[in-house]
Structure formats: structure tokens, C-alpha cells
Design a protein. Structure first.
Length: 238
């Protein structure tokens, strides 16, 4: 859940900082209206800060029992939509995974801009009734490398992806011993670009693999034009 209280996994100054949003996602939980609301609240906080915030997503845990029997496709859709909102925020998102990371935790981890894992972390696709859960985590895994044997085994059979394999496949940006230090460094780096312009560049990056040069050119030129206008306006104020 969203939380601004101090957490032992994060540096004290980061946990206390007002311009960072902390979001905890427990993979042992099942999809619920409460977790959808918690992620939406984190998105609200980040958007209210006009791109000045960095969202730190702490994920851990993997499903330990069957999904709730009253789970509906409508609720699954709300979860996927709020994750998409997190993925498109006008703010940098940094995820840190510890231990087994599956279910909701895996979903949130893969939706982040920058992904940190401890050496004990394992990315797992939940298996129930002899099949893996076909949520959008499978889509995000496939986008990173559908032909990779490790990802194929994870998607088809639920075989965990170890931290080192995740790093090799670009599912993970860093494998670390000190997640608190890694998060602090990542937050500092992410401060260079923020707001709507960050979201635009993220979208350009996501669209590039499926867009031709001719189709992409206009959008990129529009982004260049906005950048030149911003620079000119800043120069006029100096």
C-alpha cells in the first residue's frame, strides 16, 4: 500500500522525503479493490507533485494460495489499467524486489522504469490448476525477449527467473546487496528528467520497436519542437 512511514529497507532520509511516493505491493495478496485503490492513490500523489516526485515501488512475495474465487475479469481489468497508469506517470518509477516476486509484485515490478533486485530475488509467474496466470505480466515479459529460453519457461511452466538471469535479459537493471543505497542512487539520477517530458520520452521508447521511422518521425519532431521552445523560454527568463 502507499506509505510514507519509515521503512528499514530504505534510507531514513528517503523515507522521510516529501517529494517521493512510496508504494508497497505484496505478491502474496490477490487482486482486490483495495490494492487497486492503493496504486491509484500513489499515482494521485505523484501527479499532484507535477512531476517532481519519484515513485519508489517495493515489491516482494508470491502467491501462497489459490486466487479469490470471487475474482472477476472486471476487477482484473481495473488492476491492469491502474498498472498502466503507473507505467505512464509523469514521474520516474523505481522498483526494488526482494526474495520471491510474483503475482501482484511481479506486475508492479515490470511496470517500473528502473528495476532493482537483491541477489535473493526471483521473478515468478504464478501457477494454479496446472496453468500460469495469463495477465499482462506475460506481455511485459515477452516484450523483453519472447525467444529467450528463461522467459519461455517462466511463461509456459512458471519456472522462476533468478536475479542474474533477469539482469542478463534486461528484466532487471541492477542486482545489488544493498537495496537502500541502490534506491537512493537511482532516485538521485532520476531527478534530471521529470514531468510530462519524461512521460513523452518513455512513450517514444516503448513505441519504437513497433513503429516505422516514417511513422515515428512526426512525433519525435514534435517532441524536439517542444524542447526547443522550452529552452528558448528559459533563455528569455535568464
Amino acid at each position: 500500500m502507499t506509505d510514507a512511514t519509515r521503512d528499514p529497507a530504505l534510507p531514513a532520509d528517503l523515507a522521510d522525503a516529501g517529494d517521493h511516493v512510496l508504494l508497497r505491493v505484496d505478491g502474496r495478496q490477490t487482486i482486490s479493490a483495495e490494492i487497486v485503490a492503493a496504486v491509484a492513490a500513489a499515482c494521485d500523489q505523484a501527479e499532484d507533485q507535477d512531476g517532481r516526485a519519484t515513485v519508489v515501488v517495493q515489491v516482494s512475495g508470491s502467491p501462497e494460495g489459490p486466487r479469490a474465487r470471487d475474482l472477476t475479469v472486471s476487477l482484473v481489468n481495473k488492476w491492469e489499467q491502474v498498472l498502466r497508469r503507473l507505467e505512464r506517470l509523469p514521474a520516474a518509477t523505481i522498483a526494488v524486489a526482494t526474495g520471491d516476486c510474483g503475482g501482484l509484485a511481479l506486475d508492479a515490478f515490470l511496470a517500473a522504469d528502473y528495476r532493482i533486485a537483491t541477489r535473493s530475488a526471483r521473478l515468478t509467474v504464478p501457477v494454479e490448476d496446472g496453468v500460469t496466470w495469463p495477465g499482462m505480466a506475460l506481455f511485459r515479459l515477452a516484450k523483453h525477449g519472447s525467444n529467450a529460453a528463461v522467459i519461455r519457461r517462466a511463461v509456459l511452466f512458471g519456472t522462476p527467473v533468478e536475479a542474474a538471469d533477469g539482469l542478463a535479459l534486461n528484466l532487471v537493471d541492477e542486482v545489488v546487496d544493498d537495496p537502500a543505497k541502490a534506491v537512493a542512487v537511482a532516485v538521485e539520477r532520476s531527478g534530471a528528467v521529470a514531468g510530462t517530458e519524461l512521460a513523452i520520452r518513455r512513450q517514444l521508447l516503448l513505441d519504437a520497436p513497433t513503429t516505422s521511422f516514417e511513422e515515428a518521425l512526426g512525433v519525435h519532431l514534435a517532441a524536439c519542437d517542444r524542447t526547443l521552445r522550452r529552452a528558448a523560454a528559459a533563455g528569455g527568463r535568464s
